[in-house]
Design a protein around this ligand. Sequence first.
Ligand SMILES: [Ca+2]
Length: 239
Amino acid sequence: MMKKGLFALIVMIITLSISGISAHAAPFNVYTETSGYAAGIDNFLPTGYMGDYLDITMTDGASGAHSGSTCTYVDYTAAGSGGEGLTDGSGYHPLYWAGVYWQEPGNNWGDLDGGYDLTGSTVLSFFAKGVNGGEKVTFGAGGIGAPPPYGKGDTFSVNMPTQTLTTDWQQYTVDLSGLDMSHVIGGFKWAATRRDNPSGATFLLDDITYDVIPEPSSLILLGSGILGMLSFSRKKKKA
Ligand SMILES: [Ca+2]
């Protein structure tokens, strides 16, 4: 009778512990919804404009979301109208590429305190959809600044090969295994070039998330720890 009760208790505690860990290991969002950052649902801001950034129109809250009620609309004209390129007497010299980082905190180019420890995350996942189809866009994350202890930047950098978007929502994943995810300030980025998109690129982004998975060893440790505690308390009672 005692043994059965104890076994049930152990099973219950382990089940509760594992479900508790699963809840904690919910996807860590870069971006999912308008005002998601203010609401504490999303964890990065799209503040890092790069290249010919005056060619970019990026609006949050576009219709036709992959999930929820909103997504991000991106339009890159490829016109080379202005940005980080040199401006002299003959005008602006375009770089013919542009892109945007989602950062934490906003406008963090590796000089601000902030960012996240996403150790245990193995996959960065997002959904993208071309408005016309055929848009060629590169995606990635990390790579801002110098990593600790030298600086306050990212401890990792990933860049996907250039993707050709379709007019359907497609899920894209970036493998993070083996990377040092202990300090993440550049949660996500897109970039497009004029060479790949002579007449520009218009596309939608949604559900940009890190899949934070606890390492199996920590689960086993926790389980054996609970069993150890139980057996200890049982011995104590008998004595
Ligand atoms: Ca959404």
